[in-house]
Design a protein around this ligand. Structure first.
Ligand SMILES: [Zn+2]
Length: 340
C-alpha cells in the first residue's frame, strides 16, 4: 500500500503558479521543465506499480528522512520484512552513456550522477540500523521510467543497479517474493518516525512581478467576467464558482508568498478586489483553520492540493460546472443528463 502521497516539491509548485501570474525567465522555464519531467516520471512509476499491485507492502513515496544529523530525500522506499528497497526514479529520454562515473547525453556531460545519489541514500538508510537497533538490509535500484531512454554503451560495472522501462513490471512483481509481516510493520513504523519536512525553504515571489486579479482556471487568461456566483472566462468560456476560486486563490497566494500570512484582506487584494470581501471571508473560514483574534486573524493553508482541500470540507457548489469538481451525487446526475 502507498503510505504517503506524492506531492510536487515546494520549488515545483511555486514555479507552476508563478508561471500563471508572471512571465518566467529562461532559467525559471528550464527549471520548471525539469521539475515537470521528473514529476511525470514519478507518476508513471506509481501508475505501473499500481497496475502490478503493492497491497502487502509499505510504500513510502517522496519522503525526507532525518537520520542522525543527516537528511535524505527518497523517491520511493519499499518496506518488506528486514528489507528496505530504495528507488531513485529518473525520467531521462534519449541516448545516454555511462562510463567511469560520468553520464553523458548527446555527448554532453550531465550534472547529476544517479549512481552516487542512490549510493548516498542507501548508506544513509544503513545508519538507521544503528539508530534504531532494528536489523534490515538495504537494496537499491535506479528506475528509468521513460521508454525512450537508451542506455549504452556503459562499463556495466553498475548495470545491476539499473531498471529500464521494459523490465519495470517484472521488477515490481519480484517485490512480491519478499514477505511482509510483523518485522516489515515495525520497520515501516521506524521509517515513519524519521520523516521530516523538506529542509529547503519554499521560495518567495517578488510581489511586484505577480499579476493580481481573477484568472481562468483552465486557460489562465485574466480576461474573466464576473457573474453573480461564478466567474466566466471570455477566452475559453470556462466557469468557476467563486467558492472554488477563493480557495484556489488562497492556495496560490500561500505558495507564491509563503512568508506572508493568508488574510482575508490579502486574498481580496490578490483577486484584484473583484470578489466581494464577505464572500472571501466566508469561504476562507469554511475551508481553512483560522488563527489569531478577529482583527488580526489569518488562515492556515496546508499543502497545495485544491481537490483535497475542497473535498475535505465537503465542497458541493450548486454552481459547479466542471465534472472534476462536482460531488459524487451531482456528478452522477450530470453524467446521466449528458449520457456520458
Ligand atoms: Zn479560460
Amino acid at each position: 500500500m502507498f503510505v504517503t502521497d506524492r506531492r510536487k516539491s515546494a520549488g515545483h509548485a511555486h514555479l507552476e503558479i508563478l508561471g500563471k501570474r508572471a512571465a518566467l525567465d529562461g532559467r525559471e522555464k528550464r527549471s520548471l521543465d525539469r521539475y515537470r519531467s521528473g514529476y511525470e516520471g514519478e507518476l508513471e512509476y506509481d501508475r505501473v506499480f499500481d497496475e502490478v499491485g503493492h497491497e502487502p507492502m509499505y510504500v513510502f513515496r517522496d519522503i525526507w528522512l532525518g537520520i542522525g544529523d543527516s537528511k535524505v530525500q527518497l523517491d520511493a522506499l519499499i518496506v518488506a520484512d528486514n528489507l528496505l528497497i530504495v528507488n531513485e526514479i529518473k525520467n531521462y529520454s534519449g541516448h545516454y552513456f555511462y562510463e567511469n562515473g560520468i553520464w553523458k547525453v548527446r555527448n554532453q556531460q550531465i550534472s547529476e550522477d544517479p549512481v552516487s545519489q542512490i549510493s548516498t541514500a542507501a548508506n544513509k538508510l544503513l545508519r538507521l540500523r544503528y539508530e534504531s537497533g532494528v536489523q534490515f538490509e538495504v537494496q537499491k535500484e535506479i528506475v528509468f521510467v521513460n521508454p525512450y531512454m537508451i542506455l549504452g554503451p556503459t562499463d556495466y560495472k553498475n548495470v545491476e543497479l539499473f531498471v529500464m522501462r521494459n523490465r519495470l513490471k517484472q521488477y515490481f512483481r519480484n517485490f512480491h517474493n519478499n514477505t511482509f509481516g510483523m518485522s516489515a510493520k515495525v520497520l515501516a513504523e521506524e521509517v515513519a518516525r524519521h520523516i521530516i519536512s523538506p529542509p529547503h525553504p519554499a521560495p518567495s515571489a517578488d510581489i511586484s512581478r505577480v499579476k493580481l486579479g481573477m484568472s481562468c482556471y483552465k486557460c489562465q487568461s485574466f480576461d474573466v467576467s464576473k457573474k453573480r456566483f461564478w466567474s466566466e472566462c471570455r477566452e475559453c468560456g470556462y466557469t468557476e464558482p467563486f467558492e472554488r476560486l477563493v480557495v484556489r486563490s488562497a492556495i496560490e497566494f500561500s505558495v507564491l508568498l509563503p512568508d506572508e500570512k493568508v488574510t482575508c484582506r490579502g486574498i481580496h487584494e490578490f483577486l484584484g478586489k473583484s470578489v466581494n470581501y464577505q464572500t472571501v471571508q466566508r469561504r476562507l473560514s469554511r475551508y481553512f483553520v483560522k488563527k489569531g483574534d478577529s482583527r488580526k486573524s489569518h488562515y492556515i493553508v496546508e499543502g497545495c492540493d485544491l481537490k483535497k482541500i475542497l473535498t475535505g470540507a465537503n465542497y458541493d457548489s450548486a454552481y459547479e460546472q466542471d465534472i472534476e469538481y462536482m460531488s459524487e451525487k451531482r456528478g452522477e446526475i450530470f453524467r446521466k443528463y449528458l449520457k456520458v
